[in-house]
Ligand binder design. Structure first.
Ligand SMILES: [Zn+2]
Length: 434
């Protein structure tokens, strides 16, 4: 009986990892026919590439990460990519969408469309040395790597490069641009969400919507951990509203697989909108009642009718990070507690706490107990108190590394898993094996 309970408790612990592993199936390589004349290559690169066939040529939406990936995708499309390529459309500026353009352009000199804001996009500062690379698990061995949430991998196989990027040749700055290319009617709609330069592509005659990264099969990455600004949730919600009003029959995102059939497509978009709206609303309401971030994250959750929705699972974005990001954006860095107006330096606080507990050895003994009791967050914190003033302490490093590994292995969120496991490896890097 006890054994059965232990087994089921352990299975529960790793339920998130099981779901994350299953998400890899969503990211498998395949050229999918969406409807007549619309095809999407999923899983060959960090982002999808979409081909729209016209009379006397094709339109390409997003171009993958780099020339090597783009060449593989070009080959996978084969004759489906009717030549010449008459237009390339960037849904937004991110390198995984713009890095393979040169390969699709070939010698066809296509017009390259984007929103004007793509040219104004300010690069994120990032977190020097510990940023996107670790959230994408670029330094993790294959044995520890599962996926990157909405892409199988980014930068692990081919280092990201900009040599395949081509600048847009035609931009627009308003809400939409109406076009006919190769006989295909297109609407480019300004839909800020994951980025401020985001556009969606709408084919009114086929009722196909290409929302770029504003809709993916994962909770949206509204508040990235890699050193970037909050993605404004109100804008994102308004953009989803605009997409829902179009009444698409097919939604073809730039990561993960397309949603086919009007009912499914509209329900998926509505769930996305409702999920973001709910988290934003609960957070603002709690803030109005004076709650601090640590209090908010205890209760702001997706409502029961959305918590199990396949499009809102936290493979990529995280509800908790979203709450903290909204708070920081709206209330600033200060949490309202006067103690934290001018806090003690980290090293001073750590030294005092370590002294209270009875010295580093006592703290580390409590850390080992915390690991045994599966209080992994607390174990990592205890190790930090020692490392704050003794950065080379091998025992503390090992305790923290084990705690982070245990936390990473219990994650559904690929970014969190990759960051936890990468950080654990850095801690152990210079230590002799045990
Ligand atoms: Zn993307």
């Amino acid at each position: 009986m006890l054994f059965a309970w232990c087994v089921s408790a352990a299975a529960q612990d790793y339920a998130g990892r099981q779901k994350l592993r299953a998400q890899s199936n969503e990211l498998r390589k395949e050229v999918i026919r969406v409807t007549d004349g619309v095809y999407v290559a999923v899983g060959y690169s960090a982002s999808n590439v979409i081909v729209i066939q016209g009379g006397g040529g094709s339109i390409v939406v997003d171009t993958s990460t780099d020339p090597a990936a783009a060449r593989t995708i070009r080959t996978a499309f084969g004759k489906l990519l009717g030549l010449p390529v008459r237009a390339i459309i960037y849904t937004h500026s991110h390198p995984d969408h713009t890095g393979g353009a040169r390969v699709f352009a070939g010698n066809d000199h296509p017009e390259i469309y984007s929103h004007q804001r793509l040219l104004e996009a300010v690069p994120d500062i990032g977190r020097a040395g510990r940023d996107g690379g670790d959230q994408f698990g670029m330094a993790l061995p294959d044995s520890l790597y599962i996926n990157a949430g909405v892409q199988m991998e980014y930068g692990r196989v081919t280092p990201p490069t900009r040599e395949g990027y081509l600048p847009p040749t035609r931009t627009f700055s308003g809400d939409q641009l109406l076009l006919t290319v190769a006989g295909v009617r297109l609407q480019l709609l300004y839909t800020p969400g994951e980025t401020a330069d985001a556009i969606s592509v709408w084919l009114p005659d086929k009722r196909v919507l290409m929302p770029g990264d504003d809709f993916l099969r994962a909770f949206p990455n509204i508040s990235p951990i890699r050193g970037a600004r909050l993605r404004i949730p109100e804008d994102w919600i308004a953009s989803l509203e605009k997409m829902i009003e179009l009444g698409p029959e097919y939604v073809v995102p730039s990561h993960t697989r397309p949603v086919m059939g009007g009912g499914a497509a509209r329900a998926a978009l509505a769930a996305y909108r409702d999920g973001i709206t709910s988290i934003l609303g609960q957070t603002i309401q709690g803030m109005r009642q004076g709650e601090r971030p640590d209090e908010l994250v205890q209760h702001v959750k997706l409502p029961p009718d959305l918590a199990g929705n396949p499009y809102l699972q936290e493979f990529y974005g995280s509800v908790e990070w979203t709450v903290r990001g909204i708070y920081a954006d709206r209330e600033g860095w200060f949490d309202g507690n006067a103690t934290t107006l001018y806090p003690l330096p980290e090293k001073d606080r750590a030294a005092k706490l370590v002294g209270l507990i009875g010295g580093p050895d006592q703290v580390l003994a409590r850390g080992r107990e915390a690991l045994a009791a599966r209080e992994f967050k607390w174990a990592a914190e205890l190790a930090d108190y020692v490392l704050a003033n003794d950065g080379a302490n091998a025992v503390a490093k090992r305790i923290k590394a084990q705690a982070l590994t245990e936390l990473g292995e219990r994650q559904i969120n690929a970014i969190a898993r990759n960051y936890y496991l990468s950080s654990a490896r850095y801690l152990l890097k210079d230590l002799p094996p045990q």
